[in-house]
Design a protein around this ligand. Sequence first.
Ligand SMILES: *[C@@H]1O[C@H](CO)[C@@H](O)[C@H](O)[C@H]1NC(C)=O
Ligand SMILES: *[C@@H]1O[C@H](CO)[C@@H](O)[C@H](O)[C@H]1NC(C)=O
Ligand SMILES: *[C@@H]1O[C@H](CO)[C@@H](O)[C@H](O)[C@H]1NC(C)=O
Ligand SMILES: *[C@@H]1O[C@H](CO)[C@@H](O)[C@H](O)[C@H]1NC(C)=O
Length: 272
Amino acid sequence: MMRQRSVSLVLFSLILFFLQYCTRTSGQSPAAAPAMPPPTTPVKAPPNAPSQAPSAQVATSPGPVDVGKILQKAGHFTVFVRLMQATTENAELNKELNTTNNGITIFAPSDNAFSSLKSGFLNALSDEDKTELVKFHVLPALVSSSQFQTVSNPVRTQAGTGPRVTLNVTTTGNFVNISTGLTNTSISGTVYTDSQLAIYQIDKVLFPVDIFTPKPPAPAPAPDLGKPGKAAPGAESPTAPKDISGALTPLILIHNNALTLAVSCMVAAIFS
Ligand SMILES: *[C@@H]1O[C@H](CO)[C@@H](O)[C@H](O)[C@H]1NC(C)=O
Ligand SMILES: *[C@@H]1O[C@H](CO)[C@@H](O)[C@H](O)[C@H]1NC(C)=O
Ligand SMILES: *[C@@H]1O[C@H](CO)[C@@H](O)[C@H](O)[C@H]1NC(C)=O
Ligand SMILES: *[C@@H]1O[C@H](CO)[C@@H](O)[C@H](O)[C@H]1NC(C)=O
């Protein structure tokens, strides 16, 4: 039993070694970038950081509204505006406003909402998650403040529908309350309304379950090979135990797949 285990260990190290060799040799082209998933968050963050031009927005034609400009004028949404610009959601929204028949509603988190988050919180999010976070604050329909009383839950956001992006709006007394399962807050003011755009202020960032709880396991077996490496940075997530129990059974599968991969890799290396 013991010996079998250590043989298995040696075999596994060998496989890892060859896999590493393999990814490295095939890593000369930029197309190989997905082969190194572990450092995603730290590496991806910097390219997003240089959004040092918040006031560089040029005045477009006087006709169409510009969500970013409206929020900038309001004065206390600078972080959200920067986030919308960094994810190009601002341009996206302005384009949609020009063509929509249903209008758009935005729950805009104030600067206070962002300042109560951990520092570096936004930078730690992947570009994908940042985009989803912005979309989660946008409803693809105009909802006037009186219509909140009759809205049916869960409310559809631009982040989609389903249990991982649930957003409920309920009214009690004068409060319009928003709940995502992770965040409870209330609308604290109306920033802007016209015939197709409504912007409401909220003082918390709305967290969708989708970004802040582990994703369901991906069906493809191959990318799972990255998991041993990914486990370390993922440890920051408070739900590590769930991952581990799920990862134990497929280990044998990974083992066999890795062996096949490593062998083809060695063959490829020899003949290249
Ligand atoms: C809005 O749509 C019109 C035509 O439908 C187009 O000419 C104009 O460039 C659009 N404006 C923006 C800001 O997309
Ligand atoms: C709605 O929000 C207000 C203020 O944030 C809170 O006092 C109230 O309990 C909330 N109502 C519900 C049903 O959550
Ligand atoms: C949202 O509303 C739906 C329907 O009323 C309910 O089933 C669900 O539990 C609610 N979720 C949250 C997070 O409030
Ligand atoms: C949100 O409010 C509901 C009921 O009002 C409560 O059960 C739930 O624990 C709250 N969630 C958070 C994250 O505060």
